[in-house]
Design a protein around this ligand. Structure first.
Ligand SMILES: Nc1ncnc2c1ncn2[C@@H]1O[C@H](COP(=O)(O)OP(=O)(O)OP(=O)(O)O)[C@@H](O)[C@H]1O
Ligand SMILES: [Mg+2]
Length: 360
C-alpha cells in the first residue's frame, strides 16, 4: 500500500514509529538490489506520554525521538511516521470509474456519504485497488485520519529537529515491511498481527492488497496482568514478562506466572478469534477465508507460547516476523544480537523507512 499524507519531496527518509510505550526508528539504504540497515533503535516512553493514541507530553516524546535517532545512528533529516487506532478509518469503497481530479472528487463524495465523522476534520487519501465488482466502477481503499492527530505527530517530529514528510498507517507500514522481507507467493492469504502496548494492528493481505485491516484496542497489558494476579510492583512485573522468571523468583511464583500468562494468552486469543470471525463474516460470501500463514510482531510477539496459541486459533502456522530478514547490516555500531532481539518491534518503523524507495 502506498498511502501517504503530507507528501513532500524527500531524497531519503527514515521511519519513526511513535508507539504508546516506545519510539522506534529505522533508516535503510539501497546497495544495488539489496537493502542495507543504516541505523535503528528503540527508546522506551514513560507511561502517559501517549494516551489513546494522543500525544499528551509532547516534550517527552520529542526528546525520545531525538534520542533514538541519535543513538540509533539515524542521519536522514526527513522522516516518515504513522498513525493508528480509532483516529484512523480504513474502508474499501466502490466509486464510479474516473481518473485524476474527477476520481478524487468521486472518492470525496463517497467519503462524505459513508463516514459519520465531519469530513473537514479528516485528512483523506485513497488508492485504487482495481476494477470494482459492478461495471464501470473502481475498488478503492479509502484512508481517513483525524487532521489533529497527524498535526500532533508532525509537531513532535519537528521539535526533535527532523523534517516530517510523510504520514502512513501502522497496518500498511507493517504490510510493506512483511512483503519486502518475505516476498509472499501469489494467492497466499497471510494475517499480519502487530501486538503492541495499546493496540493490535491486524492486516490480512493477499497479492499486495489488504483484504481486511483492523486495530484492536488492547484490553490489558501483560505486565499489568502479572502485577495484578501476582500482587507485585510494576517493576517486578516488567522483569518477569520476558520469561526470565527462573532467575529471580521462587518455584511457586514460576507456577503463578505461568498461570497468569495462560490467562493473558487466552484473552489475546479471544480478541484475535473475534476479529477473524468478523473477517470471515465480511468476506465469507465472496470466497474462501482460510489463512495460509500468520506473522506476529511488536513487543508482545516475544510472549512465550503466543505463536502456538494463535496457531490453534487461526488454524495456520504462526511465526515471529523479522522485518530485517535478508537485509545487510554494515554498521559496526549496531549490535547484531540486540537487533535480532528487538527486530519484531521494528516492523512498522521498517515499513516506514521503506517509503524512501517509493517512485516519486
Ligand atoms: N517478552 C515480552 N513478553 C510479553 N510482552 C512483552 C515482552 N516484551 C515487551 N512486551 C510488551 O510489548 C509492549 C511494547 O511493544 P511495542 O513497542 O510494539 O508497543 P508500542 O508500539 O509502543 O505500542 P502501540 O503501537 O500499541 O501503541 C509492552 O506492552 C510490553 O509490556
Ligand atoms: Mg506499535
Amino acid at each position: 500500500m502506498r498511502i501517504p499524507w503530507l507528501k513532500k519531496k524527500a531524497a531519503s527518509l527514515a521511519g519513526v514509529d511513535i508507539g504508546s510505550s516506545s519510539v522506534k526508528a529505522v533508516e535503510l539504504r539501497k546497495k544495488g538490489k539489496a537493502l542495507e540497515l543504516v541505523g535503528a533503535g528503540i527508546a522506551e516512553l514513560e507511561s502517559g506520554a501517549i494516551l489513546d493514541g494522543e500525544v499528551r507530553k509532547a516534550p517527552v516524546v520529542s526528546a525520545a525521538v531525538a534520542r533514538v535517532l541519535e543513538e540509533g545512528g539515524v542521519c536522514a533529516s526527513d522522516v516518515a511516521t504513522s498513525v493508528a487506532g480509532n483516529a484512523v478509518i480504513v474502508k474499501r469503497i466502490l466509486v464510479p470509474a474516473a481518473e485524476g481530479e474527477a476520481l478524487t472528487e468521486a472518492v470525496l463524495a463517497e467519503s462524505q456519504r459513508q463516514l459519520s465523522s465531519d469530513v473537514s476534520e479528516l485528512n483523506i487519501d485513497y488508492q485504487v485497488l482495481g476494477p470494482g465488482s459492478a461495471p464501470k466502477t473502481l475498488d478503492v481503499m479509502l484512508v481517513a485520519a483525524r487532521r489533529e492527530m497527524i498535526g500532533h505527530r508532525a509537531e513532535v517530529l519537528s521539535a526533535s529537529g527532523r523534517n516530517p514528510v510523510l504520514v502512513d498507517v501502522d497496518a500498511f507500514a507493517l504490510q510493506n515491511a512483511f512483503e519486502t522481507a518475505y516476498r509472499p507467493a501469489a494467492g497466499k492469504r497471510v494475517a499480519l498481527l502487530n501486538l503492541g502496548a495499546s493496540l493490535i494492528n491486524v492486516n490480512i493481505v493477499r497479492d499486495g492488497s489488504p483484504l481486511f485491516t483492523r486495530d484492536i484496542p488492547v484490553a490489558a497489558h501483560y505486565a499489568a496482568a502479572l502485577q495484578k494476579s501476582l500482587n507485585m510492583s510494576p517493576a517486578e512485573a516488567e522483569a518477569l514478562k520476558g520469561g526470565k522468571e527462573g532467575a529471580a523468583v521462587t518455584e511457586t511464583l514460576v507456577g503463578s506466572v505461568a498461570e497468569a500468562r495462560e490467562a493473558f494468552l487466552e484473552g489475546l486469543a479471544g480478541e484475535v478469534s473475534r476479529t477473524l470471525s468478523y473477517f470471515r463474516q465480511l468476506v465469507g460470501s465472496t470466497g474462501s477465508v482460510e489463512l495460509d500463514s500468520a506473522f506476529v510482531s511488536g513487543g508482545v510477539a516475544r510472549l512465550p507460547g503466543l505463536c502456538e496459541r494463535l496457531h490453534r486459533e487461526m488454524n495456520a502456522p504462526v511465526e515471529i516476523l523479522d522485518p530485517l530478514r535478508g537485509m545487510h547490516c554494515s554498521e559496526s555500531s549496531l549490535d547484531a544480537e540486540h537487533l535480532a532481539e528487538i527486530s519484531p518491534r521494528l516492523a512498522v518503523a521498517v515499513g516506514l523507512a521503506l517509503r524512501s524507495f517509493d517512485e516519486r
